[in-house]
Design a protein around this ligand. Structure first.
Ligand SMILES: [Ca+2]
Ligand SMILES: [Ca+2]
Length: 302
């Protein structure tokens, strides 16, 4: 009987030990494979949203449960419970963001999009993603780079940008690979090469967006436009531009050098170096009247 008790105790210890090992293995695998987020996170601009006295990098790192961040980059990565390129990142107080936004952020080891990635400013919030912030280090390095860089071969998940103001970069927004991107209600100016540039086999929808003054940058001295085009499609990129304003760009307003067609509807294209240029007669097409009527119908019913 005594002998049995010792064996049972040993047996229980072995079972406990085995369970701990299994638990550790499970935890390690879970951590390694946990790319999911898909919860909304908030980004503070230059005003403290959650009232904890922290802004910027301090807000990024304070804890893993508040889901509030001080930089766009931290809100889109995985640390401290952030979006991990899967979900919605909402800028909730106005401010200037002197940071290059990479989606996915390969420089930080985020090699893929983990889901639909949304970056937007809340209504009434001015989010100024600006290469130049007086007194801030690295203004010159940022001015030599694009502001928002979206590059992925994944075609089954979108990147959505809404209500952002992007200025003083080379390209304001550079889309490449096979990325699927929707830009709505964005404003771009003072980008020296291209306001919005689509390459590869990307597909880019541009709606309710204003692209002004590409090629005009004056920090700290006038830059040479290179070429200062508003919206540009290259390689096999394709897209649709609707309800947008393309004006005051030094080079071409809307340039399609891609082999694919770009669809247009209800845009104002005015006072650019050249308003529109394409590589062939079929570079552009108007969206059909049927599609326009469908879009406008709800307004008639008001
Ligand atoms: Ca805060
Ligand atoms: Ca925080």
């Amino acid at each position: 009987m005594k002998k049995f008790n010792i064996q049972r105790k040993t047996f229980l210890r072995l079972v406990t030990f085995a369970l701990i090992i299994v638990g550790l293995i499970f935890t390690a695998n879970f951590a390694k494979n946990d790319v999911s987020a898909n919860h909304p996170v908030l980004i503070e601009g230059e005003r403290d949203f959650d009232g904890d006295g922290l802004l910027g990098a301090m807000e990024d790192a304070d804890n893993a449960t508040d889901r509030v961040y001080g930089t766009i980059a931290a809100a889109l990565l995985a640390a401290n419970g952030a979006a991990n390129a899967n979900g919605q990142a909402i800028i909730v107080t106005s401010g200037r963001f002197p940071e290059i936004v990479k989606i996915p952020n390969t420089d930080a080891g985020q090699m893929t999009l983990n889901g639909v990635t949304v970056l937007e400013a809340a209504p009434g919030v001015m989010a100024d993603i600006d290469a130049v912030l007086a007194g801030n280090p690295n203004n010159a390095a940022r001015q030599a780079a694009p502001g928002i860089i979206i590059n992925t071969d994944q075609t089954d998940r979108s990147v959505i940008l809404r209500n952002l103001h992007i200025r003083n970069w080379t390209d304001g927004i550079l889309v490449s690979g096979a990325a699927r991107v929707q830009l709505t209600n964005c404003r771009l100016d003072s980008n020296i090469t291209f306001g919005i540039r689509a390459q590869g086999t990307s597909r880019v929808l541009i709606s309710n967006t204003t692209v002004n003054a590409s090629g005009m940058r004056f920090n700290p001295m006038p830059s040479v436009p290179n070429p200062g085009t508003g919206i540009r499609f290259e390689e096999q990129a394709s897209g649709t531009v609707v309800d947008s304003v393309i004006s005051g760009n030094t080079g071409t307003g809307l340039s399609n050098a891609s082999t694919r067609q770009v669809l247009l509807a209800r845009n104002t294209i005015f006072d650019n170096g050249t308003n529109v240029s394409g590589t062939s007669a079929s570079s552009f097409a108007k969206l059909s009247e049927e599609i326009q009527l469908e879009v406008e119908e709800p307004q008639h019913n008001k």
